[in-house]
Design a protein around this ligand. Structure first.
Ligand code: SF4
Ligand code: SF4
Length: 432
């Protein structure tokens, strides 16, 4: 902000770097057009947790003083006072701005009116221009433009704050937008960092706490600035499609598809956009490293993407591209699946069982001799497998059966008195 000078702003231009924060960094959490889901997922973060950050329990990181409208002990003017101090440059410590929810287009409302508010005109720094009377609510958008230039970093959390999200969907009557759109392409924080974007509806809480920790490490001078992609997303979190790490990707590859949500197979035919969506929820988990859309049986609707929701709707329809990729994978996947089943069948037998031509399992289904097709495929498979190496198949064939094999029968122990409990409880591999 023009004319604003603070110790941490003066250090922004480079030179030798040392501890930047003097042990404390304030985080101002501002909520625009928000459902508060980002707050909920952030509170569920565990690696690190919000508690770790506010207790100052992470080595080399400053203690975070969190100013959050729902979590603060203070209310009214006591709560808003640090916002005022930060905006006028008298806070005495560096700060980070976090925005949750999309940014409404309410700066054009002249003397009154808002879509999201925090504090009143009396709380506003006298050094800054304002159109609000002392008893009139201040717009959240007022605080954002006043705080962002002096912030060490500005972070948009959730898809509403990053790309506009649901409030900015077709028919957007509030003119809602993301933080980058609001601040403009020229925005840099006091430490030279453009807006950091952590999308997701709701986002993965650990994505936020981890990214914040890494940025704080950078600000403290103990680590380089982590890598971000061209849209300001932490690259290590958003460079892969969610499909690549999806627990159902193996089904996709073998051309096996779900018919309704909750089925264990790949969900592409019931509306999953995972192959073209950048998101890390399936490897990271939704909360506490557990859950996440496809892990819980739900299709990906692209909620991390700037095109969400309009470019991924209607959510009940499958993506048009999936007809081609899914159809192709059905054709080749069917063949691959059968070949894999054959290999798996061979691998499910000890070499000794092949020699004895029987399996000593009382689970019924596993009994039986190998059919000629199994034997022929195993023969050719092993030829390929052991080519240029020791042929363990041949060595196993020469191995005599252990003399004490089937010891109970040899000892004449009578097992006919046991109770049969299995009934229909055993499934063959094919059925599983
Ligand atoms: S459920 Fe979606 S993300 Fe997972 S494998 Fe299928 S298409 Fe890919
Ligand atoms: S998997 Fe898709 S719907 Fe689920 S969080 Fe990621 S982008 Fe959003």
């Amino acid at each position: 902000m023009a004319g604003q000078t603070t110790p941490w702003l003066q250090g922004a231009s480079g030179g030798s770097r040392g501890a930047y924060s003097d042990g404390v960094v304030h985080v101002f959490w501002l909520a625009g057009m928000s459902c508060d889901g980002c707050s909920v997922s952030t509170l569920g973060a565990s690696n690190p947790s919000v508690e770790d950050l506010v207790m100052g329990g992470i080595p080399a990181l400053p203690r975070v003083v969190l100013h959050h409208p729902m979590l603060a002990e203070n209310a009214g003017r006591d709560f808003v006072e640090p916002f005022r101090q930060a905006a006028e440059g008298t806070l005495g410590a560096p700060y980070v701005v976090v925005v949750e929810g999309s940014i409404p287009d309410d700066q054009t409302f002249e003397r009154a009116g808002h879509f999201a508010a925090l504090g009143a005109g009396a709380d506003w720094p006298s050094s800054l221009p304002s159109s609000r009377a002392a008893d009139q609510p201040l717009r959240v958008t007022d605080w954002i433009w006043a705080l962002a230039p002096g912030a060490a970093a500005s972070v948009a959390i959730g898809t509403c704050a990053t790309w506009g999200g649901i409030p900015a969907a077709a028919g957007n009557i509030t003119g809602s937008m993301g933080l980058m759109d609001y601040l403009g392409i020229g925005y840099r924080s006091a430490r030279g960092i453009p807006v950091i974007n952590l999308p997701g509806c709701a986002p993965v809480g650990d994505n936020f706490t981890e990214a914040l920790s890494q940025v704080l490490q950078y600000l403290e001078g103990v680590a380089p600035l982590p890598e971000f992609d061209e849209l300001g997303r932490p690259a290590w979190m958003f460079e892969e499609t969610v499909h690549r790490h999806c627990p159902k990707a193996g089904y996709y590859e073998e051309g096996v598809f779900a018919e309704e949500p909750g089925d264990s197979q790949c969900l592409v035919e019931i509306g999953c956009w995972g192959p073209v969506v950048q998101c890390n929820i399936v490897e990271r988990g939704a909360i506490n490293h557990m859950g996440g859309c496809m892990v819980a049986g739900g299709a990906c609707i692209g909620c991390t993407m700037p095109g969400f929701p309009d470019k991924y709707s209607p959510f009940y329809k499958s993506p048009p591209g999936s007809a081609i990729s899914g159809g192709v994978s059905k054709i080749y996947g069917g063949g691959i699946r059968r070949l894999r089943r054959m290999s798996m069948k061979t691998g499910n037998r000890e070499p000794m069982w092949d020699n004895a031509d029987s399996i000593p399992s009382a689970w019924g289904i596993a009994r039986g001799k190998r059919d000629p097709l199994d034997k022929a495929s195993a023969f050719f498979y092993k030829k390929l497998q052991y080519r240029g190496s020791v042929h363990h198949g041949k060595r196993n064939k020469k191995q005599p059966l252990p003399a004490s094999r089937d010891i109970l029968r040899q000892k004449g122990v009578d097992l006919d008195g046991s109770v049969d409990v299995l009934g229909e409880r055993v499934k063959p591999r094919e059925e599983v």
